[in-house]
Design a protein around this ligand. Structure first.
Ligand code: TYM
Length: 334
């Protein structure tokens, strides 16, 4: 029996992934990889929609791939590769941009947020068409499911709309994908500003937990996390966003129910609770960090593995691209 397809990816936009990427996406990927024919991409073409230093980008790309593997993605089973090594992504993005409405792309909230942050002269056209490239990523592999955090939901919805539109205009070509979003962990918040999503590109690093940070830095950030003056370890997203976020992280990493963690810390202060969480996070991150650093110590081997996986990905991607070219009437080289 052939397995259903899974596609997902992350931007190599920082030296390390953050705990939101890990809990919101990577843990799902790891759990789902056996049941699906899975493609996990490091989306470097997405990362260059904002300025990147070339040498750093190469390094961040390797680091992102190493963290996928260190967190448990198995490159012998899943296809783990770098987006720019499969030219079909950029080629299909161009085709899909011809069926995307300008207004439709303009309604993407991530674009609105980012373009506001950079200002219109600093905002590239590629940042605007970013979701179209993301649709191309997913549709090239005829993915059935796309596990992501909740900030990517609107982009997957756009992908579905583009697939349906293309299919109805040109005939059945693309599988219409479903987003897979774990509702309780789909949004991890910044430890210093627990009303904002944790992000690799946050201005202040004080509230962002990085997988590859020194353990002591991670411990410090947890002990300094913003809480409240109420003093009880209780989940209340609206009233106690800091504590609720820490409880979400604790529950996600231990697989425990939030109620059982609340019980454990009933009548104890935030200091105890934070120490408990620090131990949980440190013991989760430590082996991932060690394994990632080991892989990064041999970049040539990592590059070889990525290249072999890209070749495998290209086979599937080129089949879809070729069908698309035929459907829309491009004259093919004989
Ligand atoms: P990126 O690199 O911003 O994030 C990678 C994944 O991590 C999730 N995530 C979070 N989940 C919970 N809480 C958070 N604070 C948090 N921050 C990030 C994201 O939802 C995502 O699943 N556009 C995508 C990359 C992409 C992609 C794709 C994803 C390109 N093509 C095709 C899926 C399919 C992005 O920027 O993710």
């Amino acid at each position: 029996m052939t397995q259903a397809r899974l596609f997902s990816g992350m931007q190599p936009s920082a030296d390390s992934l953050q705990i939101g990427n890990y809990i919101g996406a990577l843990m799902q990927w790891r759990d789902m990889q056996d049941a699906y024919d899975a493609f996990f991409c490091v989306v470097d073409l997405h990362a260059i929609t904002v300025p990147q230093d070339p040498a750093e980008l190469r390094e961040k790309t390797r680091r992102t791939a190493a963290q996928y593997i260190a967190a448990g993605i198995e490159p012998s089973k899943s296809t783990l590769y770098v987006q720019s090594q499969v030219p079909a992504h950029a080629e299909l993005a161009w085709i899909l941009s011809t069926v995307t409405g300008f207004g439709e792309a303009g309604r993407m909230t991530q674009f609105k947020d980012k373009s506001q942050r950079y200002g219109s002269d600093q905002t590239s056209v590629a940042l605007f068409t970013y979701p179209v490239l993301m649709a191309a990523d997913i549709l090239l592999y005829q993915a059935n499911v796309v596990p992501v955090g909740d900030d990517q939901k609107q982009h997957v919805e756009l992908t579905r709309n583009l697939a349906e539109r293309f299919n109805s205009r040109f005939g059945e070509t693309f599988t219409v994908p479903e987003p897979v979003i774990q509702s309780d962990t789909a949004r991890i918040y910044d430890l210093q500003t627990p009303t904002s999503k944790m992000s690799k590109s946050a201005e202040s690093q004080a509230g962002v937990l990085y997988l590859l940070d020194d353990i002591s830095a991670t411990a410090k950030k947890i002990m300094r996390a913003v809480t409240d003056s109420d003093g009880t370890v209780h989940y209340d997203r609206e009233g106690k966003p800091g504590v609720a976020n820490l409880l979400t992280i604790y529950a996600a990493l231990t697989g425990r129910q939030i109620a059982s963690i609340e019980d454990e810390y009933a009548g104890r202060g935030y200091g105890d609770f934070k120490k408990g969480l620090r131990d949980v996070v440190v013991s989760e991150f430590e082996p991932v960090r060690e394994r990632a650093l080991e892989l990064l110590a041999d970049p040539a081997e990592l590059d070889r593995l990525l290249a072999a996986n890209a070749e495998k990905a290209a086979e599937t991607a080129e089949k879809t691209l070729s069908a698309v070219y035929d459907r829309i009437g491009l004259l093919r080289r004989g």
